[in-house]
Design a protein around this ligand. Structure first.
Ligand code: ATP
Ligand code: MG
Length: 350
């Protein structure tokens, strides 16, 4: 976005687990910017698995309505995933990505001196609407026992638009390099289509040579993970179908020291939703030790997506200095501070 939005009505959906603990930190970071951005309005909205267990609804109609008609952006916390299929429940975040056509999940993974030994500065661009996440699964019983199948959907349309987004991001980075992640040696039809379609983006007539400066290579997803651990510094932008994108981003998060550091936005052509990459972290919920940085950085990404680049940079710089100083850190980064204390430290620097 080149012209900054004048409206800043942000739907706040904490949902489950530590989502409720880290989303207030994102709000406080935005509020700390003061008059350098349009006055933000925060609209609290309900969704989540806990809500479902109480009310039978994971994503109320009012939430979707407000996002569509009242808000121009949103922040999402995290949603618990039941380990077994629960009748009547489907994930609200997956549904929201579809309903708002948030077709890209953009995940910058960057190491800050002092928080990890590895030098990483990459952006993972994950397709957000199809692949195995269409959740078409069936089970039948054969004479030999049960048999289960999942359908995986890859379309030219979705691959092209995610490819275009990835090239655009690569073009705006110093190294201008894009890696296409796939497994077309095994899945030659589905991953083959993804790979071919992304490869063809620079040659599209409407692109008109815009991406000629971007160099492109490919990695099979298994070797991608291997190389990310061996030499993470060689990667710049990586684009992947939904499931591979999910897996390589958790791996990348491990490289920079914690899932609690990695932000994302779910982006479409007309809406943006910030969301930390981590989940609901049931193992640490209620202990006030969740790292709020992923959520805070997601708020910065959201602002940047709406054209408020300077405001986003102020938040990022504040986070970087807290990390570099290394005095106020949550336990996932080896510190002893609470969610609130880290938030306070960042807000003070903003
Ligand atoms: P979910 O099903 O919701 O994804 P999960 O059990 O996979 O839940 P994640 O949230 O994905 O949990 O987290 C994986 C690990 O990373 C957990 O041990 C969790 O405590 C840790 N973790 C995730 N987010 C944070 C955070 N913000 N701060 C500190 N630790 C975190
Ligand atoms: Mg998880």
């Amino acid at each position: 976005v080149r012209t900054a939005s004048k409206k800043l009505t942000i739907g706040m959906i904490p949902a489950d687990g530590i989502g409720r603990e880290v989303l207030p930190a994102a709000q406080r970071a935005i509020e700390a910017l003061g008059s350098s951005i349009p006055k933000p309005t925060f609209v609290p909205l309900l969704a989540g698995f806990e809500l479902f267990t109480r009310t039978g609804q994971a994503l109320p109609e009012e939430t979707v309505d407000s996002l569509k008609h009242e808000c121009n952006a949103a922040m999402f916390g995290a949603v618990s995933s039941p380990s077994r299929k629960v009748t009547g429940y489907s994930s609200p975040i997956v549904a929201l990505r579809k309903k708002l056509d948030l077709y890209a999940n953009v995940r910058p993974v960057k190491s800050v001196d002092g928080t990890s030994g590895r030098k990483v500065d990459m952006v993972i661009v994950r397709e957000n609407t199809e692949c195995l996440y269409i959740k078409e699964e069936t089970q039948t019983t054969t004479p030999a026992g049960k048999e289960a199948r999942a359908t995986r959907l890859i379309t030219e349309r979705a691959s092209r638009r995610i490819g275009q987004m990835a090239f655009e991001i690569a073009l705006n980075r110093p190294n201008r390099h894009l890696t296409i992640v796939h497994k077309s040696n095994v899945l030659s039809v589905t991953d083959g289509l993804f790979r071919e379609t992304v490869r063809a983006v620079p040659k599209l007539p409407e692109v008109g040579g815009r991406y000629d400066a971007v160099t492109v290579d490919e990695q099979l997803v298994d070797s991608m993970v291997y190389r990310m651990f061996r030499e993470p510094e060689v990667f710049d932008v990586a684009v992947a179908p939904n499931m591979y994108g999910d897996i390589i981003s958790d791996a990348a998060a491990a490289l920079v020291g914690s899932l609690g550091l990695v932000p994302s936005v779910n982006a479409g052509d007309s809406f943006v939703m910030g969301e930390p990459v981590h989940g609901s972290a049931p193992d640490i919920v209620g202990k006030s030790i969740a790292n709020p940085i992923a959520a805070i950085r997601s708020a910065a990404m959201l602002l940047s997506h709406l054209g408020h680049h300077d405001a986003a940079k102020r938040i990022d710089d504040a986070v970087d200095s807290v990390l570099r100083e290394g005095q106020v850190l949550t336990p996932d980064l080896g510190g002893k501070s609470t969610t609130e204390e880290v938030t306070e430290a960042v807000v003070k620097r903003i």
